[in-house]
Design a protein around this ligand. Structure first.
Ligand code: FES
Length: 159
């Protein structure tokens, strides 16, 4: 799994500027977190600490919000998200073999990001394409009846 790459000094400074514009405004918590998520791609711990200190809310409250809303992530995300369906229809058609192949060939476990920052793997319950299983969605593209030996070729289309 990829390490949380340190933010560049310039990006870190931009984060501080965003946070500073909400100084002493606890009601701006969700808004500042949204802006930081958009700017940084994830919410590093030291940034969350600065948010808590600057807005005047507890770190517990900040983490409560971050873990409640799915749009916030504590880990860096890959450039592409692989949503792999592990719902019943896909499972009986081989979703487990796809997970196995992603682990073997890319070192990916659900929730992980590849070391090169290219892919993040998420396992979901249904993509709404149950008759086409096993199905995966990469970014916004659904791929149907995916065979493990085809995964590499499909993923290679996503730089
Ligand atoms: S179970 Fe996989 S798309 Fe519905």
């Amino acid at each position: 799994m990829a390490q949380a790459a340190a933010l560049s000094p310039a990006l870190r400074e931009e984060a501080s500027e965003i946070i500073g514009s909400y100084r002493g405004q606890p009601s701006g918590l969700i808004q500042v977190l949204s802006r930081l998520q958009e700017k940084l791609g994830y919410l590093p711990r030291d940034v969350l600490k600065e948010v808590a200190d600057t807005l005047g809310v507890s770190l517990t409250e900040v983490y409560g919000v971050v873990t409640f809303y799915a749009l916030f992530t504590l880990k860096p995300r890959g450039r592409h998200t692989i949503n792999l369906c592990k719902g019943t229809a896909c499972y009986v058609r081989g979703a487990a073999q796809l997970i196995e192949r992603l682990k073997k060939d890319y070192g990916l476990k659900p929730g992980d990001t590849t070391d090169d920052g290219r892919y993040t793997l998420e396992v979901i319950r249904c993509l709404g394409a149950c008759g086409l299983g096993p199905a995966i969605m990469i970014d916004k593209d659904v791929h149907a009846r995916v065979k493990p030996e085809k995964l590499g070729e499909i993923l290679s289309r996503y730089e």
